[in-house]
Design a protein around this ligand. Structure first.
Ligand code: GDP
Length: 171
């Protein structure tokens, strides 16, 4: 299938915040996905129309390597956008966002589009980070922001589309 743009997306954040689930949720109506477990990174691809352009999203998942801090430079290289995820029910994952942001900027494109994603909002009784706090941190760092539930497919497509519009505007 033809497309005008190919954008590499990386999904970063602490272990168990829901990165793989977000990828799977986004790809659930996917044309096809591909697995390359040998390199410790999982890829998925999907073509969507954004602002009347056909865009291929090539998504890289850490496949668990973030637990060992063994994410390599090649993971970040040439990424157009990063989905920077925290778990709205675990403050420690929110506190680590700045470190992940630094890593992405140091190892990848310093002007990478970043969207901060507060995931697991379906677990509202366990919430530790309010939407206002999440929004403020993103705004203070000049980043996009959205809340999601990968479990309920809530906000997930929007996270990818919203960030893609920003990438297209910067071309
Ligand atoms: P990763 O390590 O960041 O890739 O996290 P996973 O995608 O493997 O998810 C970690 C755990 O959180 C799994 O048990 C998921 O089922 C769960 N999870 C992920 N997203 C959500 C969500 O939006 N809501 C709820 N309730 N659980 C989620």
């Amino acid at each position: 299938m033809s497309y005008t743009y190919l954008f590499k997306y990386i999904i970063i954040g602490d272990a168990s915040v829901g990165k793989s689930c977000l990828m799977q949720s986004f790809l659930s109506q996917s044309i096809r996905t591909k697995h390359e477990p040998t390199v410790g990174v999982e890829f998925g691809a999907k073509i969507l129309e954004v602002n009347k352009e056909r865009v291929k999203f090539q998504i890289w998942d850490t496949a668990g390597s973030e637990q060992y801090r063994s994410i390599t430079r090649s993971y970040y290289r040439a990424a157009a956008a990063a989905i920077l995820v925290y778990d709205t029910t675990r403050r420690s994952t929110f506190d680590h966002l700045a470190e992940w942001l630094d890593e992405a900027r140091i190892n990848g494109n310093p002007n990478i589009t970043v969207i901060v994603v507060g995931n697991k909002i379906d677990l509202h009784t366990q919430r530790e980070i309010s939407i206002e706090e999440g929004k403020k941190w993103a705004a203070d760092n000049g980043l996009l922001f959205i809340e999601t539930s990968a479990k309920n497919n809530q906000g997930v497509n929007e996270a990818f589309l919203f960030s893609c519009q920003d990438v297209l505007e910067r071309i």
